[in-house]
Ligand binder design. Structure first.
Ligand SMILES: Cc1cc2nc3c(=O)[nH]c(=O)nc-3n(C[C@H](O)[C@H](O)[C@H](O)COP(=O)(O)OP(=O)(O)OC[C@H]3O[C@@H](n4cnc5c(N)ncnc54)[C@H](O)[C@@H]3O)c2cc1C
Length: 443
């Protein structure tokens, strides 16, 4: 099962258990009428949406154990995106479940059921808490819809998405308040369901405060200093950092979030050095937008950089005996780290075939040392120049390795390139679980 399906199903099962342990099912059995059905539909969609929102909040906190369960932080962000989409759909159903019957009554299409509860059995405090939660959520609903549209429409620039996305933890707190107080309407706190719901809400609230107080990854941050910057002719900035008070322990292929003092936003970059010296870090950064395009003008030797991580599971550890590596453009960075790591250990112990596709000839490819490193590491290297129509195909891979049995493929490059290869590999019944890739798009 894909991580997204697994985690979304898990969150919905938790919601189902909470609901099953609430007074809701009993109310429905005792009073199987359409208004009671509507009432319970609203509760069930509300708890399910809340459960998905809590999962989404927990993923935002970048807890290493959680990311590992989802096959790496980049894949965790895919789960985060889909929990966001599904919770929004449930919120819409929740809202429609509440509103649509009222509209039908107003239009005279169904009879007015009169007062559905008598208000007795509730303290003034319970009524006040419930009503304040309901009043808040109406306005929260519209904000959620706007924020989700901004997140999904890729034409809206990434920096606008990032800024607006930061409102979400605050919005979650308001939704959590509604979730925690709406249950008072049916006396859920007389059952385990009510308390389990409060535990769920509490987990989300803690995660939301960690985001709001900018404590994400706080225990995984170190400070480093820029000690060398080289501008490669391919337009790549080759940056060397020296750690300050603490080393930065990582495995080849992992990545870190870098925050430079001229820009408040942390950006993810693969660590291009092997990790053998945890005090010296190398990053290769290509200009792909506002921040990376401006970096060359702002970087100076001696500048402090906050490094958060490491993250990622693209670490070349797979049961298969033979490996194929494929890099496209700046996707070379995890392979640089692994090559250095292998060269320091006297070379690879398993056969590795490495294709590197760029828009230039080998003479101007980044990094200059690549061919040497491949030779030292015992890796078969195949450079490709896409401007000369040298395109990699599944057939070329098959010809080189003979058979895909016992082969794992490590890919880092444009998503369209990966999709094209996967489509070709399906003709050879290649097991997609042996195709490892770092998803460079976090939206
Ligand atoms: C796991 C991972 C490893 C990466 N490794 C490298 C690398 O080694 N070298 C390299 O040059 N690039 C790498 N990138 C891409 C790099 O993070 C983006 O190019 C950079 O953040 C772009 O920012 P921008 O403002 O210049 O571009 P924009 O035009 O603003 O954004 C372009 C795209 O970059 C991504 N992006 C932008 N800002 C962020 C952010 N703060 N957090 C997450 N994603 C963001 C988004 O997908 C966005 O659509 C990596 C990305 C990921 C996710």
């Amino acid at each position: 099962m894909k991580p997204t399906t697994k985690w979304i199903t898990g969150a919905l099962v938790i919601a189902g258990v909470i609901y099953a342990l609430s007074p809701g099912p009993e109310h429905l059995i005792n009073n199987p009428d359409k208004w009671e059905f509507r009432e319970q539909f609203v509760f069930l969609t509300g708890v399910s949406a809340l459960s998905l929102m809590v999962l989404s909040m927990v993923i935002s906190v970048r807890i290493p154990w959680v990311s590992r369960q989802m096959q790496g932080l980049d894949k965790a962000y895919v789960v985060h995106k889909w929990t966001g989409i599904f919770s929004t759909l449930l919120i819409v159903f929740h809202w429609l479940g509440e509103k649509a019957p009222e509209w039908l009554v107003e239009l005279g299409l169904i009879p007015n059921p009169g007062d559905l509860e008598d208000g007795s059995g509730f303290s003034d405090l319970e009524i006040g808490l419930f009503q304040s939660g309901v009043a808040l959520i109406e306005f929260v609903f519209y904000i959620i819809i706007i924020l989700v549209i901004i997140a999904l429409v890729k034409k809206i620039p990434y920096h606008i998405f990032r800024k607006t996305h930061k409102i979400f933890p605050g919005i979650f707190l308001l939704a959590a308040y509604h979730g925690a107080t709406a249950q008072l309407k049916e006396h859920w706190l007389t059952t385990p369901g009510g308390y389990l719901l409060l535990v769920l809400v509490a987990i989300g609230v803690v995660a939301a405060f960690i985001c709001l107080f900018q404590r994400i990854g706080a225990s995984r941050k170190i400070t480093a200093i820029v000690n060398q910057v080289e501008h490669h002719e391919s337009g790549i900035l080759d940056i060397r950092l020296a750690t300050q008070e603490k080393p930065f322990i990582h495995r080849a292929g992992q990545y870190a979030f870098l925050r430079f003092d001229h820009d408040k936003e942390p950006h993810p970059f693969t660590i291009a050095s092997s990790g053998d010296d945890p005090n010296a870090l190398r990053f290769a950064i290509k200009s792909l937008g506002d921040f990376s395009g401006n970096l060359a003008n702002c970087l100076r030797v001696g500048q402090p950089v906050e490094v958060e991580g490491p993250y990622g599971e693209f670490t070349f550890e797979a049961p298969a005996g033979r490996q194929i590596w494929i890099a496209g453009g700046i996707g070379i960075t995890p392979f640089m780290a692994r090559l250095e790591n292998l060269a320091n250990r006297g070379g690879t112990k398993q056969p590795v075939d490495f294709w590197y596709s760029t828009r230039s000839d080998q003479t101007s490819q980044f990094p200059d040392s690549l061919e040497n490193l491949c030779r030292q590491s015992g890796i078969q290297f195949y450079p490709l120049n896409s401007t000369k129509k040298q395109y990699l195909t599944a057939e070329m891979l098959h010809q080189a390795v003979g058979s895909f049995a016992n082969v794992s493929i490590w890919f880092c490059g444009p998503p369209a390139f990966a999709q094209c290869l996967l489509a070709g590999l399906s003709a050879y019944n290649f097991d997609k679980r042996s195709f490892y890739y770092d998803d460079f798009a976090m939206r």
